[in-house]
Design a protein around this ligand. Structure first.
Ligand code: ADP
Ligand code: MG
Ligand code: ZN
Length: 504
């Protein structure tokens, strides 16, 4: 990356659409559930029938406010919707109800975590360890220009061998929040860290699945380049159809290259919207950038303005959850976890809460963390499940951890019981008993087994007494074998030492 390319700086601003997980659509009572047969979740409102009237879903405003507050935004006390007029078959009303003049929230900022100095060089490596998980990284603030509510459009389905397109209006009217950043990002790593942060906030707030891959979060990348040190912004393009962090990273690299090449040839960058093709690894223009006047925006006459009182805002603020960074810090301070473990355990709010309850109940946070970092994550990975799908009672895992710590069950069997807890939320103590998984800790039975082993190996006992410490392991092994591996190894050790020492 030395030489000529160095003299150009990349400037990135993101427009992110978050699909909200409300039960019903933004202006009607139709379900938002994904995957229903085409056009089964529609009504006169969301198909734009003349004479139908929209009614605003209160939950959408509350979700927008929650995200806006989490992004440290100002709230518009008087917020209003506007009509964005455009003609396209995915939009049966011929306009989209959105917000242009008085968005619900504005002027915020969000802190993103970036890798340390060395890793930073690998520009655009989107996957790998969670950013900042090691706690050694850089932080950067990205300003939020605004956040507004709007409705989604329907979905066009292009028949593969037909000469027609079909349209499914189930998605028409599904609530969206659009978050518009200032052009504060300088490379793909920052853009990805910003997106990850938004995903995480949405999931912690429970307002969206927040998944780029599944389309519940869609990112448009605005990118321009300028000579390093220049105080003015270059002409930007807007890139659409970025369905993964990897696609964002590749698109940023490619668009930067394309714009720099144009400038070097003495040509101009055209302000336009481009579509990224991830299989081809390139983009093509889909339309020249339209200005607001092209849409003939005007205040939406059918939806009354929303007055957002201070009390309402305060109430929503008071319900905000403890977010990842705060949890991470607290786990290190309160539980003595490493920055890495704290980072991993707080990837999901649900996982963090399960861990925390288990830690408190079993009284040994570090042990609990080991179980989560090891067994819980391994099982999830093995079964291809999300942390959100865990539903066991922390009481049960805590009881198992305690039993293992007290030597009531060996590690291998504890893992078996754990799998049952995750699968069926079994009560571990009774399950252990029922399945005969408890270690043999009954003094009498163990003593008998130990005595038998020693009596059967007089030669080795003599060797041991003569100082050959090594054979002790053999005795332990024999007792374990006699008890079919069910003996508590700690107890066996103790007993053998006792017996071998006694006759000395
Ligand atoms: P529009 O109103 O045409 O959509 P905005 O000014 O609202 O344009 O900007 C849209 C997005 O593009 C914002 O995220 C903003 O940060 C970003 N952006 C604006 N100008 C530039 C630029 N020159 N380079 C990179 N990003 C830009
Ligand atoms: Mg825009
Ligand atoms: Zn409807």
């Amino acid at each position: 990356m030395q030489g000529e390319e160095k003299q150009y700086e990349t400037v990135i601003g993101l427009e992110v659409h978050v699909e909200l997980s409300t039960k019903t659509k933004i202006f009607c009572g139709c379900s938002t559930r994904f995957g229903a047969p085409p056009n089964t979740q529609t009504c006169p409102v969301c198909t734009g029938m003349p004479g139908s009237l929209p009614v605003l879903n209160r939950q959408v405003v509350e979700y927008a406010l929650a995200l806006g507050l989490a992004l440290h935004c100002e709230v518009n006390r008087y917020c209003r919707f506007d009509r964005k007029n455009y003609f396209y078959p995915d939009n049966p009303q011929n306009y989209q109800i959105s917000q242009l003049y008085l968005p619900v929230c504005y002027d915020g900022e969000v802190e993103i975590a970036l890798a340390g100095e060395q890793e930073e060089k690998r520009e655009g490596n989107g996957n790998g360890a969670p950013a900042g998980a090691a706690g050694t990284g850089r932080k950067k603030k990205i300003r939020i220009h605004e956040l507004h509510m709007e409705e989604d459009a329907g979905k066009l389905v292009h028949e593969e061998n037909g000469d027609c397109s079909l349209v499914d209006y189930n998605r028409s009217g599904v609530p969206l929040i659009e978050i518009v950043s200032e052009p504060d990002m300088r490379n793909a790593e920052e853009a990805i860290a910003y997106l990850e942060k938004l995903c995480m906030l949405c999931r912690y707030l429970g307002i969206s699945d927040g998944k780029l891959q599944e389309g519940s979060l869609r990112a448009d990348v605005n990118l321009s380049v300028r000579e390093a040190g220049s105080g003015t912004l270059g002409t930007r393009t807007e890139m659409k159809n970025l369905n993964s962090f990897r696609a964002v990273s590749r698109a940023v690299a490619e668009e930067r290259r394309r714009q720099i090449a144009l400038l070097k040839e003495g040509k101009k960058v055209v302000q336009e919207t481009r579509r990224w093709d991830d299989t081809k690894g390139g983009s093509y223009p889909i339309r020249s950038k339209e200005d607001a006047e092209d849409y003939r925006y005007f205040p939406e006459p059918d939806v009354p303005p929303v007055v957002i009182s201070r009390e309402w805002t305060d109430e929503i603020r008071s319900r905000l959850p403890e977010f990842k960074e705060e949890k991470e810090e607290r786990y290190q301070k309160e539980f003595g976890l490493s920055a890495y473990d704290a980072g991993v355990l707080t990837q999901s709010r649900h996982l963090a809460e399960l861990f925390e309850k288990t830690a408190v109940l079993c009284g040994n946070p570090k042990k609990a963390a080991n179980w989560f970092m090891g067994e819980v994550l391994r099982l999830l990975k093995e079964r291809g499940r999300e942390p959100e799908e865990l539903w066991f009672s922390p009481e049960h895992l805590a009881a198992l951890i305690k039993a293992a710590e007290q030597g009531k069950i060996n590690q291998a069997n504890a893992q078996k019981v754990f799998a049952e807890i995750v699968e069926r939320d079994v009560e571990p103590l009774s399950y252990m008993k029922e399945q005969g998984l408890e270690t043999l800790s009954d003094e009498g039975a163990l003593r008998l087994a130990a005595e038998e082993v020693l009596a059967g190996n007089p030669g080795l006992v003599a060797e041991f007494r003569a100082g050959k410490e090594k054979v002790f392991g053999f005795f332990v092994g024999q007792v374990m074998k006699k008890t079919k591996g069910m003996a508590d190894p700690g107890k066996v050790n103790e007993l053998l030492r006792q017996l071998l020492g006694k006759t000395e």
